[in-house]
Design a protein around this ligand. Structure first.
Ligand SMILES: Nc1ncnc2c1ncn2[C@@H]1O[C@H](COP(=O)(O)OP(=O)(O)OP(=O)(O)O)[C@@H](O)[C@H]1O
Ligand SMILES: [Mg+2]
Length: 272
């Protein structure tokens, strides 16, 4: 839909949108004509082998990288054309958990979670403590507030990084390989949290993974408040879609059911 300046603007229920994005780092394109849309409250699962371009795509959404061609929109703002100050403001609405957690090792769990709140300087110390406590209790880690990251297990570090990303109550979450390197049980705990954020907080999200089972879990489960667990429910499918990247090209975009039916040989191989 063209606006006055001739630029396309996304409709209101599309929160994240890439339009024909191309990005190279000198060599061949790392993302090659990628378009995608994420609706409000939806989780888009980015699938693809190592090096397919999943993390790069997320960094484009945050405005940490800019495309050579094409456009990136978040809400009604064109991230790919924004100045640093405007990006800074926009990033307050986006929580990102990086691959490898990326906690600050020299800061306590509390100070890691409070980091962006302290940067903002808006909350009183009491209100900040309350917020940190709320975020840590969301990930069931209230007890480790005063510990250092080195004292935590890998799964706990991931959960702290989710708590840190939640501190500013973001409307969008970017989860980069949130279950990478975790045992199956801990991975399930993390995926349950992601389902809870989707279904209780209606967070719009991108989730990068090469684990198909994480995507299917999202598509087949919904948060059940009564039991405080993620349970099998068809409605998960309504809020989850998939994009499969192959060497920077989006070769599939659709629902879990469509993914299962897709006849493309690479898609079949990826699913097997
Ligand atoms: N800053 C950079 N400079 C040069 N090349 C880069 C840079 N960042 C990423 N790349 C390259 O872009 C390609 C895609 O990288 P990306 O990190 O997005 O992969 P990925 O899909 O996240 O993989 P993984 O599953 O291993 O995390 C890779 O070939 C990588 O080497
Ligand atoms: Mg990656």
């Amino acid at each position: 839909m063209p606006s006055a300046g001739g630029a396309a603007t996304p409709p209101g229920d599309i929160v994240v949108r890439l339009e024909h994005v191309v990005l190279s780092f000198g060599g061949g394109p790392v993302l090659d004509d990628v378009s995608l849309q994420v609706r409000r409250g939806e989780t888009k699962v980015l699938l693809g082998e190592s090096g397919a371009g999943k993390s790069v795509l997320m960094k484009l959404v945050l405005g940490l990288l800019r495309p050579d061609r094409g456009r990136v929109w978040v809400f009604d703002q064109e991230v790919s054309a924004m100045k640093e100050q405007a990006l800074y403001d926009l990033r307050r609405k986006i929580g990102m958990t990086f691959q490898e957690s990326a906690l600050f090792d020299s800061l306590s769990v509390r100070d890691n979670v409070a980091y962006r709140l302290e940067e903002d300087g808006v909350l009183t110390p009491e209100a900040m403590d309350e917020r940190v406590r709320t975020c840590l209790s969301f990930v069931n880690l209230d007890a480790v507030m005063d510990k250092m990251p080195a004292e935590l297990s890998g799964g706990m570090r991931h959960r702290v990084s989710i708590a840190r990303a939640l501190a500013t109550s973001p409307e969008i979450m970017l989860y980069d390989s949130p279950t990478g390197g975790l045992d199956p049980e801990t991975a399930t705990t993390i995926m349950d949290l992601i389902i809870k954020l989707r279904d209780c907080n209606h967070v719009t999200a991108l989730l990068a993974t090469h684990r198909l089972q994480d995507g299917y879990l999202l598509a087949t489960h919904a948060w059940d408040d009564a039991t405080q667990t993620a349970r099998w429910a068809a409605e998960g499918a309504r809020h989850t879609s998939f994009l499969l990247l192959r060497q920077g090209r989006a070769i599939f975009d659709g629902s879990a059911a469509e993914l299962r039916r897709d006849a493309d040989p690479y898609v079949r191989e990826f699913l097997s």
